[in-house]
Design a protein. Structure first.
Length: 398
């Protein structure tokens, strides 16, 4: 990968003026309206066994703007409206490719409030960003500088449930380039008592961010439940307080995962993890809260894209590989091992820590993957691909 091909999104918080906030909220509403109208039109066409693509929905948008009922769509920039049609087209492409479910309608209360602007919808000069339909630039808190000479290709403005405003700028980052090669290799076993256990024996404590704020969160949720249903001011304030606690938890979790994944990628050439299906695991109601708080899926996503950025190799071993039940010394496999068993002694006399032993086995399996070239991500990128732990010697015909 060449350096010029690496693009990063730089996200900053900003504080809009009253007029800018009104304009952005109006834009969010129009984006949601256009998305839902286009999705409804495509759904009805699908029922008639007709195909509607982006060009057709773009023509529909032009017609909608000319109607009296939807004339308000002319009051906002057309760029975010076109972008939401492109996003809908992408959603259908993933659906037809069997990579996602059928697109769903956006909700005013539950869906993310955002609008995406391309280069024709904003002006970026001398470190000041001005969006279309606005006279003044956004008051951005530059928590870190953009790369020298960076020119954003797209700008996404959003507001989270806690009421905070963010702007994300997609730029090419020449600072992202492959790191010097190293001989380091590590197996990583994720868990709940320890967030990560490495094949080196290092154990990283699970901070349990949600548990630390559980009392405050429960109190805020009880206050919210006592408010009268509807869009009253008191209920909005209570809902915003709950959202701020959730945002605090998510921010701390994301910060820790960024620090851990960056350190692991810098120190190791090969990183091996287990191909866990977190979406299925959280259906276990006894562990769902703890698994969600650990952020296993987010950890894997960060590890993989940072490995791709810096020239490292991230390998996911088949989830059916018995990493916990396999002795890393003699190779024997125990039939059963409940989660309550944290240490066990093999018949060969070796006493294992469950998580450290699993990390060592994952590393060995991952190194075998890198040598023999078997499928390393059977559940994501190569459905039906042969996994290293399931390989069989082909039978020879007589």
């Amino acid at each position: 990968m060449t350096v010029s091909q690496v693009k990063r999104a730089f996200k900053y918080r900003f504080y809009p003026s009253d007029a800018q906030a009104v304009e952005l909220l109006r834009t969010f509403g129009c984006v949601r309206k256009v998305y839902n109208l286009a999705l409804d039109a495509r759904t009805q066409a699908w029922a008639r066994q007709e195909r509607v693509n982006y060009n057709a929905t773009s023509a529909m948008l032009t017609a909608w703007k000319k109607t009296e009922e939807l004339a308000f769509l002319n009051d906002v920039s057309s760029v975010p409206l076109q972008q939401t049609l492109r996003h809908l087209q992408t959603a259908f492409t993933h659906f037809f490719g069997k990579r996602a479910r059928y697109p769903r309608f956006k909700s005013r209360k539950r869906s993310r409030k955002s609008a995406e602007y391309t280069t024709s919808g904003f002006r970026f000069r001398d470190g000041r960003l001005t969006l279309a339909k606005m006279a003044e630039p956004l008051d951005i808190v530059w928590s870190r500088p953009l790369p020298d000479g960076a020119k954003p290709s797209t700008v996404t403005v959003s507001q989270d449930a806690a009421g905070r405003w963010f702007v994300s700028m997609l730029c090419e980052d020449p600072a992202v380039q492959p790191l010097p090669a190293t001989n380091g290799a590590v197996g990583i076993d994720v868990g709940l008592s320890h967030l990560l256990t490495l094949s080196t024996g290092e154990e990283i404590t699970n901070p349990r961010h949600e548990r630390r704020d559980r009392t405050r969160l429960a109190r805020a949720q009880r206050k919210l439940s006592r408010k009268a249903k509807g869009d009253g001011a008191n209920r909005r304030k209570a809902r915003r307080k709950v959202a701020r606690i959730h945002a605090r938890i998510a921010d701390r979790r994301r910060d820790l995962l960024h620090k851990l994944t960056t350190r692991l990628v810098r120190d190791n050439q090969t990183l091996v993890i287990e191909d866990l299906t977190v979406r299925t695991m959280v259906k276990n109601h006894s562990l769902a809260r703890a698994i969600s708080d650990a952020g296993w899926g987010e950890f894997r996503s960060m590890l993989e894209y940072k490995a791709a950025w810096y020239g490292r190799q991230a390998i996911a071993v088949d989830r059916f590989f018995p990493s916990s039940r396999l002795c890393s010394v003699c190779g024997s496999v125990r039939e059963k091992m409940p989660l309550s068993v944290r240490t066990w002694t093999c018949d060969c006399g070796t006493t294992h820590d469950r998580d450290v032993n699993a990390a060592k086995n994952l590393l060995a399996a991952g190194l075998a993957v890198s040598v023999c070239g078997a499928g390393v991500r059977p559940q994501r990128s190569s459905p039906g691909g042969q996994s290293a732990v399931k390989q069989k010697t082909p039978r020879r015909e007589p």
